[in-house]
Write a protein that binds this ligand. Structure first.
Ligand SMILES: [Zn+2]
Length: 328
């Protein structure tokens, strides 16, 4: 279904395309050093389509740039629109060959004449986004959002990406209000993970899913309970802790509700740890895990595998995504 758009902006050199959710690079299968980076070669391209009233087939929507509109404009409006996802690869010409059809999706490129619009994301980042949206208390399957509202459906994710896309030219990376929490020094014309910010290069290349020992890795950070130890060192207000005992904090970790980004943590292993040792300071561990900045390579609050730090970074990007958030 996807085709080349024939945009005049194709003359702008784009030697590397970056994921619209995590800001990390796409790699060609031949360019990745080892299997741990396979996830960077697998893409999903997002676009929108509508059902035609006459034959009920799906047609891709058309967007165009316009000087008076800051982001690509849907033209014309259609009822019954939905977001379409095509699993795709990545090739050296910065194309995204769609797996099912072999056709090439040209990403983040739009012209005044109009054409299809594709936002490429890593397959794992798309899965993470679905996890994030599933964790929202209410899902709103609509292209509309209320001011300040977190995304809770793929339609709202699409709207965030669309409003970040400047309509004036093709992009190799979408603007993001926090610059994806790191890695800007590596995001050159080509991806250079060792250039300038090697700690971020390693972070952005670490697969955010598929870790084998996530529960054990988290529990390694558990410390014996020591009431006399001041909790103020990590910003805990003692008054906030009144009423919650260590059992409550342990169960909060085991059921994962306060920490939806740890959906694959094994709650039974957590309870087993409580039964077979301690007393442990579950509150301290939970307070540390609740800090949004623990993804930073410089943050020493917790000893976490780099893939889990990357997951928390991407989750934070999703938590803070808002429609229009790059418009000053
Ligand atoms: Zn990504």
């Amino acid at each position: 279904m996807p085709t080349k758009t024939g945009s005049p902006f194709q003359t702008i050199p784009r030697n590397q395309i970056y994921c619209c959710i995590c800001g990390g690079p796409f790699l060609e299968p031949s360019a990745r050093d080892d299997e741990s980076k396979d996830w960077l070669t697998r893409a999903v391209v997002l676009t929108t389509g509508h059902t035609t009233p006459d034959d009920a087939t799906i047609k891709l929507d058309t967007f165009r740039s316009h000087p008076s509109v800051p982001f690509p404009e849907l033209h014309p409006e259609h009822a019954q629109r939905r977001v379409l996802q095509f699993p795709a690869a990545y090739d050296e010409r910065n194309g995204f060959p769609v797996v099912a059809s072999g056709e090439n999706a040209v990403a983040m490129d739009i012209s005044m004449a109009g054409g299809h619009l594709y936002f490429p994301v890593h397959q794992l980042c798309y899965h993470l986004a679905q996890r994030f949206m599933d964790s929202q208390p209410v899902s709103r399957d609509t292209f509309q959002t209320q001011p300040g509202e977190e995304i809770s459906s793929v339609k709202q994710l699409w709207e965030v990406l669309l409003h970040r896309m400047p309509s004036s030219r093709s992009q190799y990376i979408l603007p993001e209000p926090h610059d994806y929490y790191g890695g800007a020094g590596c995001r050159n014309v080509y991806w250079e993970p060792d250039d300038g910010e090697p700690e971020y290069g390693e972070l952005l290349e670490a697969a955010p899913m598929g870790m084998a020992s996530i529960t054990e890795d988290i529990l390694k950070n558990l410390q014996p309970e020591a009431p006399e130890k001041p909790k103020a060192e990590i910003g805990i207000n003692e008054e906030e802790t009144v009423g919650y005992g260590q059992d409550w904090w342990c169960e909060a970790l085991a059921n994962k509700k306060p920490l939806p980004w740890l959906w694959d943590l094994d709650g039974e292993l957590v309870r087993e740890k409580k039964r077979n040792g301690g007393p442990w300071d579950w509150e301290l561990l939970m307070r540390k895990l609740s800090r949004p900045e623990i993804h930073e390579p410089s943050d020493t609050t917790l000893n976490l595998p780099v893939g889990l730090r990357n997951r928390r970074r991407i989750w934070r990007c999703l938590e803070e995504a808002r429609v229009g958030d790059t418009v000053s």
